[in-house]
Design a protein around this ligand. Structure first.
Ligand code: PHE
Length: 347
């Protein structure tokens, strides 16, 4: 019997040498240590032996079992390491040889059309004596609505579909008009500033609507500022932007923070007014909502409306980019498609 156990251990040793997969290892375990395995078969014959012998052989068999189990565990560890090493060897890449990382394959870069237009506008505004301000994307109800003369339960709150945070106190700004208030808080009249940036609206997207788009807010406050100043300023601005005479029309527009308020449209430069998907077949594109700052808004900004007046406007940057480059789908602007952005002037 002891002889049999010895033989079993020897054949186990031999078999273990050929193990090169987890499946084979499992088979080996079953063959030697399983319920129907070789060790169990030997133990079954023990019933014929004497009490004394059974004890001795039983102990030897248990010790053998422990040894085999330990060898199996060790073999498993070695096998795992071999498998990992093989995987690493197969997947190994010398990243210094990657084409994209090599200097010779460096591509010429360009600026996104939106950055190009925004910077150009900033230059125009700087040349006209405007400051450039920035403000947060996450805003409070106060800056986005209340201080802009849109109190709670005012129907104008529903004009813009808002992304609210769970606390219902914070939101993603729906327009850059928030910076009218923030700007007034920091400045003493007379002043003029613009504030470019992303705005967010919970909207269904199509060729001319995106949930994230870009505006450039503008505000000018001083003594005796009138609608005449506003109109003259806008004409000058648009001819600077387009470097040519652009046909415009002014319509009354309602925005609670301006009174009177206007919508300034320009003749669609994509279809020259014939009608296309960008201008929704009307030949006109809404470009510049604007108006005289409402006295309440001046007051909320800490400015005395008896002493000062002002105007504000909100340029739609994406529309401007589309007009300039003949892009007929606003969704391309945020697509992250490099082939799209590479078409424009490089920096
Ligand atoms: N904030 C307005 C909008 O997003 C635009 C606007 C700005 C209107 C300034 C008038 C004056 O619709």
């Amino acid at each position: 019997m002891l002889e049999k156990l010895k033989n079993l251990e020897e054949s186990f040793r031999q078999a273990l040498k050929n193990i090169d997969s987890e499946a084979k290892l499992a088979d080996l375990k079953a063959r030697f240590l399983g319920k129907k395995g070789e060790l169990s078969a030997i133990l079954k014959t023990l019933s014929n032996a004497s009490m004394e012998e059974r004890k001795k052989l039983g102990q030897a068999a248990n010790e053998l079992k422990d040894r085999l189990t330990a060898r199996l565990e060790e073999a498993k560890l070695i096998l795992d390491r071999k498998i990992t090493d093989a995987k690493l060897a197969a997947d190994w890449t010398d990243i210094t040889l990657r084409r994209s990382l090599m200097a010779e394959s460096v591509k010429e870069s360009g600026q996104h059309p939106l950055s190009i237009v925004q910077r150009e506008l900033e230059d125009i505004f700087l040349s006209m004596g405007f400051d450039i301000l920035d403000g947060p994307h996450i805003e409070t109800d106060w800056y986005n609505f209340t201080a802009l003369n849109i109190p709670e339960s005012h129907p104008a709150r529903d004009m813009q579909d808002t992304f609210w945070f769970k606390d219902m106190k914070h939101l993603l700004r729906t327009h850059t008009s928030t910076i009218q208030i923030r700007g007034m808080e920091h400045k003493t009249p007379p002043f003029r500033f613009v504030a470019p940036g992303k705005v967010f609206r919970c909207e269904t997207t199509d060729a001319s609507h995106e949930a994230v788009f870009h505006q450039m807010e503008g505000m000018l406050v001083g003594k005796d500022i009138s609608v005449a100043h506003l109109i003259y300023f806008e004409k000058t601005l648009l001819s600077e932007i387009f470097q040519r005479e652009v046909e415009i029309r002014l319509r009354p527009g309602f925005f609670p923070f301006v009174e009177p308020g206007f919508e300034l449209d320009i003749n669609c430069l994509i279809c020259s007014g014939k009608g296309c998907s960008v201008c929704k077949q009307t030949g006109w594109v809404e470009l510049l909502p604007c108006g005289m700052t409402h006295p309440n808004v001046l007051r909320y900004g800490g400015i005395d409306p008896e002493e000062y007046t002002g105007f504000a406007f909100g340029l739609g940057l994406d529309r401007l980019v589309m007009m300039r480059y003949g892009i007929d789908d606003i969704r391309l602007i945020h697509s992250g498609n490099l082939d799209f952005s590479r078409q424009f002037a490089s920096c």
